[in-house]
Design a protein around this ligand. Structure first.
Ligand code: MTE
Ligand code: HPA
Ligand code: MOS
Length: 767
């Protein structure tokens, strides 16, 4: 089935925040951002700004009737700066004016006097200064300190990954409209309507039942609107509540880039030990997460880095420690993969380091160490592994050996063009790592004309979740899709939602929809059973018709629904789903946090132009474990988009802050994102044949949203291999992204192949 939004998208008729018709009297807001990353506010002079034409009011923290606090996990984030500023772009004041231009012009007239304080942008420096968001976490399996003795080869090194701008096409924004008796209706471009509702409640002091947060769809979220939509909604709500007029704020792209957080940059140390047979015996990693100036979701992101620090591999002895480091950057936040990609990059770097030193292909080490069913992850859960199935399917289907042969022949024949290959296995845990968040609700109404309306906590952000929800209802009722409508996501219809995140939106909300629809079907069957004087088990609903004992009757869906109504049988249901079995004990760092894992393997081929330092991704060939995909077209789209977004993170997107904490890559002229030319020449996607076991997702499908991003990591390592084909002695730091500039330097660095200064115990080279 096609994405239900495809026609309105194509015709430009889909409604995003900025398309909502404005009410008369609507005012426009703009935030005044701190020009400095750290300092004490000595004076804030609003007088000139207040005299600007069209300005209605300028709000500061003093105007907040509730509390000046929007921190979700840790209460460390004021909505408006109070006394000091902690990052460049931190909202200090909010101008509200008759037009957007008037609001922005007035922002420029605000004067601030800040007594500067030292700015820290490096997470290792923050950690050395004891500036941690939360205490460090350590995951352990076996005993690494004893295990090094069993290792023939030990390597250590450092691996860094940079941030990533979400660059959702629709920028952040909100539109708050006062209702009677102080209630507020807030349209918000958010992945988490309940998160917005809580933040607005804290700031305004209004109870949550006064706040209807309504979300039609997002022009992309990618994690950037899981928590950080709260700010803009809370600012609009504050102004609308105090002025009793509708207030809208839709951010300019440069405001959005400068004021919101991004994917967390990480700097990490690793140590890996292998035995004679290239089995990884021990692995230690230390992660320094650049959290920015406030916690936001950083502690949860940090945790997922640890969960995925061994990617698809079974390693018997692991010790991984992670620090969430407070710096003076905008608070970094969720981004597709949620810390997982950062953890996986480091283990892949460790394997690459070992392979390069031993003069073998990394894939030899990778394949030997893939998890098998029953293997234990460092956090205690046992794998139900498809890692080998994906790898071996990919190897055969895409003829890995002949790709390798063709590449080496090509590299022999070409002096200035070199090809590089990498295989990237991925294993990603599905469920919010915070167990309590794994719950969802659905509200289903069947109207007397037989049409159906479904509300859930799921937010459509381009990932196709609304289409999947519609498919669930249509399938359980056995009616055609056009008879079902998915309503906007509203906190008045569905309460206490988890954000649409963790790739689990369809799983959780789909289960709730299925439960609600099934309950209504039971009631309808009872109505038919009474009419035909049979047991309800003899009744079947099929393609809008009622069947009794397998025989079609002259009752259709509409007649059944109407009869139920006449008999005063409820045609509505609200259902609640909570993922069973999952648990995690953070005091022991052990448990069964994930309902299941998603597996996949990508074979990545690249070509480097060794004169220019430019490169292309020739192919990304994937075998991916979709379970029984509910919608192969949508799921393919998720894989393709994820791969390209991953390639962007790994090869070109470079978030640059200067030493003063100012964002230098603050527009699309200085921040390069993938375009049509960066897309791999070929993306091949093979569905792994689904296994029979119930994986706890809806209709035995598997979550698909985040895992494919991590195939992009393979491109980084394929590029390294191409560089090595040109300059075998090149010493290339593990420092993503591999931009053309860095790649060009690496091609022509004079490396010393004999020197492996970080190799501590390199006893023997593998035959
Ligand atoms: N796809 C599109 N088109 N737009 C998005 O914003 N977000 C990604 C992924 N795919 C996103 C997307 C992220 S970060 C997540 S967690 C999942 O979709 C969320 O949706 P799901 O839980 O329905 O997979
Ligand atoms: N993934 C994504 N988003 C989240 C998670 C998670 O595990 N936990 C809280 N928000
Ligand atoms: Mo996705 S990073 O869990 O919104």
């Amino acid at each position: 089935m096609k994405n239900i939004d495809s026609i309105t998208h194509l015709r430009g008729e889909s409604i995003y925040l900025d398309d909502i018709p404005l009410l008369q009297g609507t005012l426009f807001a703009a935030a005044f951002p701190s020009p400095m990353a750290h300092g004490v506010i000595k004076q804030l002079d609003l007088s000139e700004a207040e005299r600007m034409p069209g300005v209605v009011r300028i709000f500061t923290h003093k105007d907040i009737p509730g509390i000046n606090q929007i921190g979700g996990i840790v209460p460390d984030e004021p909505l408006l700066a109070e006394g000091h500023v902690d990052f460049c772009g931190m909202p200090v004041a909010l101008v509200v004016a008759e037009s957007r231009d008037a609001a922005r012009a007035a922002v420029k007239k605000i004067k601030i006097d800040i007594d500067p304080r030292p700015v820290v942008t490096d997470p290792r420096e923050a950690q050395a200064n004891d500036q941690l968001i939360v205490p460090p976490r350590t995951f352990r399996l076996g005993d690494t300190s004893a295990a090094w003795q069993q290792c023939t080869h030990i390597f250590q090194g450092r691996a860094d990954t940079n941030g990533q701008e979400h660059l959702y096409i629709e920028t952040q924004g909100a539109y708050a409209i006062p209702q009677e008796n102080n209630a507020l209706k807030i349209y918000s471009s958010t992945q988490g309507p309940t998160a917005v509702q809580r933040a607005v409640s804290k700031v305004t002091g209004l109870p949550m039942h006064q706040l209807d947060i309504d979300t039609i769809r997002l022009g992309g979220g990618f994690g950037g609107k899981e928590d950080q939509a709260n700010t803009w909604a809370a600012l609009c709500a504050l102004a609308a509540y105090l002025l009793k007029r509708p207030v809208k704020y839709s951010l300019h792209r440069m405001e959005d880039m400068a004021m919101t957080g991004k994917r967390h940059p990480y700097s990490s140390d690793f140590k890996i030990g292998l035995d004679n047979d290239l089995k990884i015996i021990a692995y230690e990693a230390t992660f320094y997460q650049n959290a920015g100036a406030a916690a936001d979701l950083s502690p949860a992101v940090l945790e997922r880095t640890l969960f995925h620090c061994t990617n698809s591999y079974f390693i018997p002895h692991v010790r991984a420690t992670a620090y969430s480091c407070r710096t003076h950057l905008p608070p970094n936040t969720a981004f597709r993969g949620f810390g997982g990609p950062q953890g996986m990059f480091v283990i892949e770097a460790a394997i690459a380091k070992a392979a390069e030193a031993l003069g073998i292909d990394a894939s030899v080490i990778q394949q030997k160490n893939l998890t098998k069913t029953g293997d234990e992850f460092p956090y205690g859960q046992k794998a139900e592994s498809e890692a080998h199935a994906c790898w071996e399917n990919a190897e055969q289907l895409y003829a890995l050996a002949s790709i390798r042969d063709e590449q080496s022949a090509y590299n022999k024949a070409n002096k200035l063009l070199k090809k590089g290959l990498a295989v990237m296995p991925v294993c990603f845990g599905i469920s919010f790592t915070k167990t309590l968040m794994n719950q969802a609700r659905a509200l289903v109404h069947v109207y007397t004309d037989g049409s159906v309306a479904v509300s859930t906590g799921a937010v459509e952000m381009g990932q196709g979740v609304n289409t999947k929800m519609l498919q669930v209802a249509a399938q359980v009722f056995s009616i055609p899709p056009h008879r079902v409508k998915i309503q906007s996501t509203s906190t008045y219809r569905i309460a206490n939602t988890s954000p649409s995140a963790a790739s689990a939106t369809a799983d959780l909300n789909g289960k709730a929809v299925s439960m609600a629809c099934t309950e209504i079907v039971q009631r309808l069957k009872a109505v038919a059973a009474e009419e035909w004087q049979v047991q309800p088990g003899a009744v079947e609903l099929k393609e809008e018709c009622v069947y009794i004992n397998g025989t079609k009757t002259d009752w259709d869906w509409n007649r059944l629904v109407m009869t139920a109504y006449v008999k005063r049988v409820s045609l509505s249901e609200h259902a609640h789903y909570a993922t069973p079995e999952i648990n995690f004990d953070a005091s022991k760092e052990k448990g069964h946090p994930f309902a299941y894992h998603v597996y996949g393997t990508a074979i990545v081929e690249t070509t480097v132009d060794c004169l220019r330092g430019t490169y292309t991704t020739d192919a990304v060939k994937v075998v991916h474990d979709f379970g029984s995909s509910m919608n192969p077209a949508i799921d393919r789209g998720q894989i393709e988009g994820g791969i390209v977004q991953g390639i962007g993170w790994m090869t070109m997107e470079e978030v640059i802050y200067d030493k003063e904490g100012r964002l230098r890559s603050n527009a699309l002229s200085t921040y390069k994102v993938p375009d049509i030319y960066s897309v791999p020449n070929e993306i091949a996607i093979q569905f792994l044949r689904p296994t029979v076991n119930d994986n706890l997702a809806i209709f035995r499908s598997k979550a698909v949203g985040e895992p494919p991003l991590m195939y992009g990591i393979g491109v980084y390592f394929a590029l390294r291999n191409a560089i090595k084909a040109f300059n075998p002695g090149a010493e290339i730091p593990f420092d993503a992204p591999m931009t053309p500039e860095k790649l060009l330097m690496a091609l022509y660095t004079k490396g010393n192949p004999a020197k492996h200064e970080q190799t501590v115990n390199h006893l023997a080279t593998h035959p």
